[in-house]
Design a protein around this ligand. Structure first.
Ligand SMILES: CC(C)(COP(=O)(O)OP(=O)(O)OC[C@H]1O[C@@H](n2cnc3c(N)ncnc32)[C@H](O)[C@@H]1OP(=O)(O)O)[C@@H](O)C(=O)NCCC(=O)NCCS
Length: 164
């Protein structure tokens, strides 16, 4: 399996993959594929990695700038992330996340945040101390990895693509 930056030829495959991965999820807003497209269109798709196997895109992860209490401060958000349904729980998501975190580190990012399951993201090092908050979501789901500096405290805000 190859993990690489997306290219223009991947756009449709990423959209289809994102729809297929989120469609069965009860928590899905069915907006995730549109969010990836909007991040790309607005210049907020800081990192977009695909997992390719035998020429097929089987996984994708997006990273985009976030703010904490209105300040970017070198922080990025992880998501949407999608793995092809019949290839889930085989390490592809983890490989995408770890590569993305390496790239953020290389760029000098301060850290990465997300809203998601501690069961999944705790396995790759994300954690919550309850001080980073997002809307009325239980703070244990608002997790982060600090790459440099202080752990963030305040209200997490994602790129505008997440809010439409
Ligand atoms: C979430 C998702 C991206 C994870 O990718 P994946 O390739 O299936 O995950 P991995 O196999 O790399 O697993 C990473 C770790 O999380 C754990 N994990 C993965 N899915 C899990 C689940 N549903 N419940 C509990 N733990 C889970 C794995 O056990 C693994 O831990 P380990 O390395 O200690 O064994 C993928 O399942 C997916 O596309 N789901 C549908 C879309 C979605 O929910 N996106 C995220 C919304 S927050």
């Amino acid at each position: 399996m190859l993990i690489r930056d997306e290219n223009a030829a991947d756009v449709d495959a990423i959209r289809d993959l994102t729809r297929a991965a989120f469609e069965p999820m009860p928590f899905s807003s069915n907006t995730e594929a549109r969010i990836v497209d909007d991040l790309r269109a607005s210049g907020d798709l800081t990192i977009s990695l695909v997992a390719e196997e035998h020429g097929e895109v089987v996984g994708h992860v997006a990273f985009s700038p976030v703010a904490v209490d209105g300040v970017h401060g070198g922080w990025f958000g992880l998501g949407p992330i999608s793995v092809k349904p019949d290839r889930q729980r085989q390490g592809i998501g983890k490989a995408l996340i770890l590569r993305g975190l390496d790239l953020l580190r290389e760029r000098g990012a301060a850290g990465c945040a997300l809203v998601g399951s501690p069961e999944i993201y705790g396995r790759v090092g994300f954690e919550s101390d309850g001080r980073l908050r997002y809307a009325d979501i239980d703070p244990k789901f608002v997790q982060r990895i600090v790459l440099r500096g202080e752990a963030p405290s305040g209200i997490l805000k994602f790129a505008p693509a997440f809010e439409q």
